[in-house]
Design a protein around this ligand. Structure first.
Ligand code: IMP
Length: 437
């Protein structure tokens, strides 16, 4: 069984907890795109883990985790995370953590270029995580990137750093920043690459063999559908493909070997960074946005940036369901809405008085959109920790059913709090099948 799990909105849907829950049922958890721009918070007992680069499965001692070929890996960030987890008592050995030899490395000049590019864009900036993700993918597409396999050979690493830095420094200097030195970068990166060596693996072959042995594999998307470089709100996107098709390429798994796709959907929407956000709560709804931000802890788990908050956007989520082919949805953070009198759901879009039924490609169109809302009554009672659908307040059940109808996909799991056991699994759902398999 191979399941892909992807956020349906702009990220931060609470995927970390769901992957962590599902990890129990799987043997292997693999990421397939992105790098340490992600940030999952996972709580186990009194321990909080913030995972950026490593799959959430890493905190389960009996799981094997894979960083797939579609990823960009900052070796410094990799070991910071490995060491942080080891300090909390979870051993991370090469036996249970495999890094693709075909993944690309994020180098210090990528970080510098990310800063430069955002400065250059000024008002038009993307609002990236400044971790060098975009520039590393630019080098990959430009066929000058340094893959893990290349870096393992010291001469090649040295040469590529020198060659790439020559070009990078031109841009860095042009915008008034200090040039970087190739010898310093080599001195910093080369010991990290040596430490990485035992973790390096032909991961697509490893995954193919695992599948033959009937191992269960979870493919964990980072960022989310609307940040996909092809399908998201371009150019306000990340530089990789979180959508389900990206899982096949980024893990090296044939598409027809994928068994199912699970969408992670939150009961409301958020977005970090710039870019259009049709159902954003603007000034008049600032109090509600603040309430949600506080109750939902809607601050970047890595960057601590406050997230922009908005109502559930059914048009965008339908689009995500169509693109990814969701078989089931995990609906997260129901309890965050407990105190609201009324809850709005964006069920359609209007541009210049005309109804739009599909998700527009052009950012400026998306900015002009007036969402069409339906308002549902809130439930005004505590749902934190409820574990049975029947025990939810009537209006909460109604809200959940409404979202499912709007998106056209079953809701198989509802999260009612950050802890593992604060979860409802819906009977007879596709999701329940994955859990019981
Ligand atoms: P980058 O991935 O750092 O290049 O940033 C590009 C866009 O993706 C920015 O709007 C970021 O805020 C957003 N982004 C990147 N990673 C995440 C994530 O894990 N959650 C939410 N947004 C993200």
């Amino acid at each position: 069984m191979i399941i892909v799990i992807i956020g349906a909105q702009w990220g931060d849907e609470g995927k970390g907890k769901v992957v962590d829950l599902l990890a129990d049922r799987f043997d292997i958890v693999s990421r397939y795109q992105g790098g340490h721009n992600a940030g999952h918070s996972v709580y186990v007992g009194d321990k909080a883990f913030v995972l950026r680069l490593l799959p959430s499965g890493i905190i389960h001692a009996d799981k094997t985790c894979v960083l797939g070929n579609g990823m960009v890996i900052d070796p410094k960030a990799f070991f910071e995370e490995v060491d942080q987890i080891a300090e909390k008592g979870v051993e991370v050995s090469p036996e249970r953590l495999k890094v693709s030899s075909r993944a690309h490395l994020i180098m210090p000049y990528h970080r510098a270029l990310d800063h430069t590019s955002e400065e250059r864009l000024g008002n038009e900036k993307i609002g990236t995580t400044l971790r060098g993700i975009g520039p590393a993918y630019e080098d990959k597409a430009g066929r000058r990137g340094i893959r893990v396999a290349d870096a393992l050979s010291p001469d090649v690493l040295k040469l590529r750093i020198e060659r790439n830095l020559e070009e990078a420094n031109r841009i860095i200097v042009l915008y008034g920043n200090q040039p970087l030195r190739a010898d310093e970068i080599y001195a910093e990166i080369s010991p990290l690459v040596e430490r990485l060596r035992p973790f390096v693996c032909e991961t697509s072959h490893f995954l193919a063999e695992a599948r033959k042995q009937s191992k269960k594999i979870l493919l964990e998307g980072a960022q989310a559908t609307l940040l996909d470089v092809d399908h998201g709100t371009y150019p306000y996107v990340t530089s990789s493909n979180p959508t389900a098709g990206g899982a096949s390429v980024g893990a090296g798994i044939p598409p027809h070997h994928i068994t199912g796709v699970l969408g992670i959907v939150r009961t409301y929407a958020t977005r970090v960074g710039e870019g259009p956000f049709p159902t954003e709560m603007l000034d008049a709804e600032e109090d509600i946005a603040n309430l949600i931000r506080e109750r939902g802890n809607e601050y970047g788990s890595v960057t601590r940036r406050p997230r922009r908050c908005g109502w559930f956007d059914a048009v965008a989520t339908r689009y995500a369901a169509e693109l990814n082919g969701f078989d089931s949805i995990a609906l997260t953070k129901l309890d965050v809405l407990d105190e609201l009198e009324e809850i709005k759901v964006g069920v359609g879009y209007e541009v210049n008085g005309k109804r739009v039924d599909t998700f527009p490609a052009v950012s400026s169109d998306l900015r002009q959109i007036k969402p069409v809302y339906e308002t549902l009554p809130g439930w005004k009672s505590d749902t934190l920790g409820i574990t049975r659908f029947d025990d939810l307040p009537e209006n909460a059940k109604r809200y959940v059913r409404f979202l499912s109808e709007q998106v056209g996909v079953e809701i198989g799991l509802i999260s009612t709090g950050p802890e593992r056991d604060q979860t409802i699994i819906l009977e007879d759902s596709v999701m329940e099948g994955w859990f019981s398999n």
